[in-house]
Ligand binder design. Structure first.
Ligand SMILES: [Mg+2]
Ligand SMILES: [Zn+2]
Length: 262
């Protein structure tokens, strides 16, 4: 009897503050509309408050239409459109987001080992696609799993949720209503011998808990994932995979090179 052969490697990464050195949702307003950036910061306080309520007492169904990252971005992009910002301006601005070339070297290392690279992000497909093209990195990526972004005929950029109400992803972790990265990983991990997952945020904890013992969690220090893990040891214990911590993209590259050289 022959066992179906597995592919060697799946490498999945968060996008903001993992593959790029800023938050794309905020960066676009930093460049094109500081006033909207300010507004975003104020409204984000409410988003976090909503997340808190979701996790404590209210039934999920009551909260389906509450604001979250994708809906907030959609709303603010409508205002950016009203300010007269064009598709061309948005594409050019988003492409200047800070990016470290060590990430390109890392992608090359993964591809040389026969790996598939996917992105699992709560940003949106338009930002990720345009940024990767601007950094000459689009060709390395097999799939972008994110909130769908689409251009209207009037050049208004729309963002919809990855998981649209009334559907729910059913995860009881700290994931937001529109996306559970853990569920997305479960659907894609099967059939790979080794899985790497890299990320920096609270919503990168869930996918790291879905990795198996021999897999590798590439966890960035200095962001909300580290805070979450340090807040309660059970969050660390929930990760069975080997956890390798990194702070700079060069350190991330070093971990990946080491893991794949064995
Ligand atoms: Mg991130
Ligand atoms: Zn989840």
């Amino acid at each position: 009897m022959t066992t179906p052969s597995k592919k060697p490697l799946l490498a999945a990464f968060d996008f903001d503050f993992t593959l790029v050195e800023d938050d794309s949702d905020g960066y676009i307003f930093d460049v094109l509309s500081p006033g909207l950036r300010q507004k975003m910061t104020e409204l984000q306080g409410k988003v976090q408050w909503t997340d808190l309520v979701v996790s404590s007492k209210q039934p999920l169904t009551c909260l389906i239409n509450y604001i979250n990252t994708a809906t907030l971005q959609h709303q603010l992009l409508g205002e950016l459109h009203q300010e007269g910002k064009t598709k061309q301006q948005i594409i050019e601005a988003i492409g200047t987001i800070p990016f470290n070339p060590a990430i390109i070297t890392m992608f090359g290392t993964i591809k040389a080992a026969g790996g598939d690279i996917i992105i699992v992000s709560d940003a949106n497909t338009v930002y990720i696609d345009e940024i990767l093209k601007a950094k000459n990195a689009r060709q390395y990526i097999t799939e972008i799993v994110s909130n769908p972004g689409t251009w209207g005929p009037d050049e208004r950029l729309s963002v919809t949720r990855r998981v649209k109400p009334p559907a729910v992803h059913g995860c009881k972790g700290v994931c937001s209503l529109n996306l559970c990265k853990g569920m997305e990983m479960i659907e894609r991990m099967e059939g790979y011998e080794l899985v790497l997952y890299g990320g920096d945020g609270r919503n990168d904890h869930c996918p790291m808990t879905k990795l198996k013992k021999g897999d590798v969690a590439l966890a960035r220090t200095g962001h909300s994932l580290e805070k979450l893990v340090k807040s309660d040891v059970k969050h660390l214990e929930a990760i069975q995979a080997r956890a390798l911590w990194w702070n700079t993209p060069e350190e991330l590259l070093g971990h990946v090179q080491k893991v794949l050289s064995h």
